[in-house]
Design a protein around this ligand. Structure first.
Ligand code: AMP
Length: 213
């Protein structure tokens, strides 16, 4: 199964991607996570990407497309994969179509997760993440048991550099301008399904399972 999770930053693509990955046994590929790892390891790619990420801008298409071409060829992708954060522009979507064709693969579904903008801002600015194991919390909706400490590994939680209010607002603008056109792009293929992204994590996952069967 090949899935794309589409939606603004903060709608829960990462959270739902993890659950779908466990349920259906296919890897979740998050371009944001791959890039953050490159930034942390201070690779050439990471240094280049950080400049864009810190401002909430998109990393150039050629960098992302090259990165994804390699990633989907890896062994763990042979039964399918879930894309979280890619494609994010029409150019990336077209390049992805080419990758699928070249590898004789078929896209199954595009899940568009929909959440009102005010709730997105609250979710992102309140989000805290564990820099060691990647666990995600929210200061109000899903706080860790001990203030600012990861329940799973005991590390001190941090706020992502791009989750501050100013950068979040820019990320939403970038989403509207560059990524929203993909809603039309994939509606035309007949593969896009809209998922109500408001509710508990389990409720939303239930809606996704209904669609995926
Ligand atoms: P995310 O974790 O998906 O919100 O991604 C964090 C940041 O990584 C974004 O604000 C972009 O700067 C960059 N990024 C992630 N995925 C892409 C993509 N497909 N195209 C361009 N930039 C991306």
């Amino acid at each position: 199964m090949i899935l794309i999770l589409l939606g603004a930053p903060g709608v829960g693509k990462g959270t739902q991607g993890v659950l779908i990955s466990k349920e259906y046994g296919i890897p979740q590929i998050s371009t944001g996570d791959i890039l953050r790892k490159e930034v942390k390891e201070e690779t050439e790619l990471g240094k280049k990407a950080k400049v864009y990420m810190d401002k909430g801008e998109l990393v150039p298409d050629d960098v992302i497309i090259g990165m994804m071409e390699n990633r989907i060829k890896e062994d763990d992708c042979k039964n399918g994969f879930i894309l979280d954060g890619f494609p994010r522009t029409v150019a990336q979507a077209e390049a992805f179509d080419e990758m699928l064709k070249k590898n004789n693969l078929q896209l199954d579904r595009v899940l568009l997760i929909d959440v009102p903008e005010e709730e997105i801002i609250d979710r992102l600015t309140g989000r805290r993440v564990c820099p060691s194991c990647g666990a995600v919390y929210h200061i109000k909706n899903n706080p860790p048991k001990k203030d600012n400490i990861c329940d799973q590994c005991g590390s001190k939680l941090i706020q992502r550099d791009d989750d501050t209010e100013e950068v979040v607002k820019n990320r939403l603008e970038v989403y509207k301008k560059s990524t929203m056109p993909l809603v039309e792009y994939y509606t035309k293929t007949g593969k896009l399904v809209k998922i109500n992204g408001v509710g508990t994590i389990d409720e939303i996952f239930g809606r996704i399972k209904e669609v995926l069967g």
